[in-house]
Ligand binder design. Structure first.
Ligand SMILES: Nc1ncnc2c1ncn2[C@@H]1O[C@H](COP(=O)(O)OP(=O)(O)O)[C@@H](O)[C@H]1O
Ligand SMILES: [Mg+2]
Length: 196
């Protein structure tokens, strides 16, 4: 089982769009795929469930071990694509992770999935939190959308520093330009500098 995450400390840069589309394409290529919407705002839940609100089960039950992770999974939202929707209690994920487990909580939660799942995709909230640290630790690759602006490049540099500091493995970070608009001078300038 491979675990990949879409993460950036910035919001609105295309994490969810990339996560949902990658999950769909992987499932269409016959990989048993699970997308987990870790963002309490529930954007990927919205993409996958349309306008219907998705009922997530309470996170505390999962973290206390009262409910196995399998009970949170919506199976086959598309063929080969399973989905764990967001729940508003995910906003407390960090605190709960600390209380109920230690540093390996996310890893422990994901472990039982390895029997049926080839690819786990984590759609992350734009926070630099303990949850993020665990995501950065557990993921085999972390895809980081970068909108071509100087500010976004700056936060990409900050993320690299953070990952280096915490020894989470900077090599697993995979930045990619997102939402490029070649009509904008700024975007063209940033892309040109990157190509140098
Ligand atoms: N590659 C893209 N091209 C154009 N618009 C995009 C692209 N990726 C995302 N968007 C749009 O930008 C907005 C923010 O994207 P989203 O994936 O929700 O960002 P994030 O998850 O980083 O907050 C959404 O309205 C989305 O439809
Ligand atoms: Mg998002």
């Amino acid at each position: 089982m491979r675990i990949i995450a879409f993460y950036s400390p910035k919001g609105g840069v295309g994490k969810t769009a990339a996560a949902v589309n990658t999950a769909y394409l992987a499932s269409r290529d016959n990989l048993r795929t699970l997308l987990w919407d870790l963002d309490p705002q529930g954007a990927s839940s919205f993409y996958l469930a349309g306008a219907e609100p998705v009922k997530g089960r309470k996170l505390s039950k999962l973290l206390e071990g009262k409910s196995p992770i399998a009970r949170f999974i919506h199976e086959d939202v598309y063929p080969n694509l399973d989905f764990i929707p967001a729940h508003s209690s995910f906003r407390n994920f960090d605190i709960k992770l600390e209380q109920e487990h230690g540093g390996s909580a996310l890893k422990d939660l994901l472990a039982p999935l390895s029997e049926d799942t080839s690819l786990v995709i984590l759609d992350c909230p734009p926070t630099l939190s303990r949850l993020t640290e665990q995501v950065l630790d557990v993921a085999d690759k972390v895809y980081v959308p970068v909108v071509p602006t100087w500010l976004s490049l700056n936060s990409w540099d900050q993320l690299k520093e953070f990952v280096k500091d915490k020894k989470l493995g900077v090599k697993k970070l995979r930045p990619f330009f997102s939402m490029v608009d070649r009509r904008k001078n700024l975007h063209r300038d940033v892309l040109a500098r990157d190509a140098e």
